[in-house]
Design a binder for this molecule. Sequence first.
Ligand code: SF4
Ligand code: SF4
Length: 94
Amino acid sequence: MVTLKVSNEKCTGCRACEVACSYHHREGIFNPRAASLRVCRSEKEGKFSIILYSDMPEEERQGRFPCDLCEDEPQPVCIKYCQPNAITIEEIGQ
Ligand code: SF4
Ligand code: SF4
């Protein structure tokens, strides 16, 4: 199983990854609230993290599309359009 990680040192919080993801799911529509990922910043710690909406039930995704890892793209578009190269794919679990 894979997930997405964000680098605290590189991420600027621009949210281009969310916009790109929404366009991937619905061609012609830019709506970060439909994206499969959300970049969050902890005000207390000043650190960024990614919430990835993938295998969770539809009601928990709140209208967001499940991540398909951009299976029909040569490269995940959230990674492609992240200018600082802050996102990486990581294996988790078995
Ligand atoms: S596109 Fe990259 S730098 Fe911008 S919010 Fe997403 S992870 Fe952070
Ligand atoms: S890999 Fe594709 S579907 Fe998954 S979060 Fe990134 S852009 Fe969205």
